[in-house]
Design a protein around this ligand. Sequence first.
Ligand code: SAM
Length: 299
Amino acid sequence: KKVNRQTVSYLSRRFEEVGLNPNKRHGQNFLVDLNLIQMIAKSADLGKNDVVLEIGTGMGSLTGMLAQKAAHVITVEIDGYLYQMASEELEAFDNIEMLKQDALKNKNQFDDRVIDAIKKALAADSSRVFKLAANLPYNVATPIIANLLRSEVIPATMSVTIQKELADRITAKPGSKDYGSLSVWVQSMADPELVRVMPPHVFWPRPKVDSAILKIVHRPEKAAAVPDIDFFYAFVRAMFFHRRKFMRSVAVAAFKGQLSKPQVDEVLAEAGLREDARTEQLSVEELQSLCELFRQKLV
Ligand code: SAM
């Protein structure tokens, strides 16, 4: 089957035909380097048992590559014109399910129709594995990654193109300036690996910033240390809110009305933390066990 060879001249012609420009608000920066589109697909390491979700079909160039390898591809596109264009491009495939909608219900939740489509595709065969592969719209890359990691169906791997700066935050280690709640959320459940840094000129139109391909490998055994994921998310967010303050005062404020100062001190002592510890110095494992101690103190 023919795969769409997306080039600058092809893309600009297709937009010109209908008098449109790529929509900035929807993060419409198309990959025009075939090797890099292939690199995303390759990093997903697809086989005939895989169900792949793509957010942002665009003109369908990555979609077709995914469909050649996987059992089933679910691809979501918010833009009506692109949806129509991609439907024509991908006509020859019978394992692509196209959804014309916003992938997110809101910043904190995936849309139910997307989750239902994934569940249905997985139910067809118990050996099926769920993966994400996408050149993500940058404005919603963070909620897509964060929400999928705590959804009903968590991808075994996510191979995504995102802003380099976001990849740096996701992979950051304790003590670095990029280390924050997102680093801890992702690393508490998965291992993120930087696959490739990409300059602006591999996209049309060119974004203002560098990009990166990141592969996030789900590690269920890590996630087991966090029995209440929503509590952990809220805890980490609260603890990084004043990242340079002493943890003790941040925790006292965060649990105000629920735990007394002596109770907070008890938890910190149990965790073996010094009074002058700061959240940004704690490892993911330390934050997981601290969170669990607080949670148990509350029940
Ligand atoms: N996959 C194509 C490629 O690699 O060239 C397009 C990638 S482009 C970075 C992102 C795509 O996501 C755009 O086609 C855009 O219209 C779509 N999009 C933006 N926000 C979306 C959302 N909330 N839900 C679904 N699709 C969205």
